[in-house]
Design a protein around this ligand. Sequence first.
Ligand code: GDP
Length: 195
Amino acid sequence: MVIKNLELETVCGITSKLPDNELPEIAFAGKSNVGKSSLINALMNRKSFARTSATPGKTQTINFYNINKELYLVDLPGYGYAKVSPKEKEQWGKLIERYLHGSKQLRAVFLLIDMRHAPSANDKMMYDWVVSQGYNPIIIATKLDKLKRSQIQKNVKIVKDGLGLIPGTKVIPFSAVTKQGRDEIWKLVEENLLG
Ligand code: GDP
């Protein structure tokens, strides 16, 4: 995808009305620090357009990036913060649920998992939850550059087994440092646009 035009078009918080977009949407979910901003920046060929988790008090918003007036990359708020109150967790859940239920244009959900470690209980819950909402997430295994070549296949299997993936689910290793995996992810995004 050649990025000709890029705009952070809508930012939705817990009380916002979600946009009734006409263009197809592709959403990205993952725990905080998994590398979601880095991935979205890499897909958009930008260094720091998407927020990064260095931002203190990172807010719980859904961000809609309009790409070439062709599609939206939708950045869902990260989960698994240690310092989040039960009330904030509940609001986070409601916001995402409202989006997954309400969007008429959502074509695919990518779930990011840090491939250095086995998926956490939160990762597993998120995967099962997205599935229960009727989507079959594509997994992006992040921080590929942190692994030795000999560890990659083993860790992909740990991610697969840990999440209990539906057979046939794709797992794409990705590095924001080397950009390995980016073209494959764009290819899947484009394939999913058709619905
Ligand atoms: P987010 O909270 O999911 O948006 O995570 P960020 O994109 O802000 O990344 C969290 C931290 O992990 C930052 O310090 C990034 O520089 C680092 N990071 C993200 N992706 C990669 C990657 O592919 N490789 C390496 N080595 N570090 C990464």
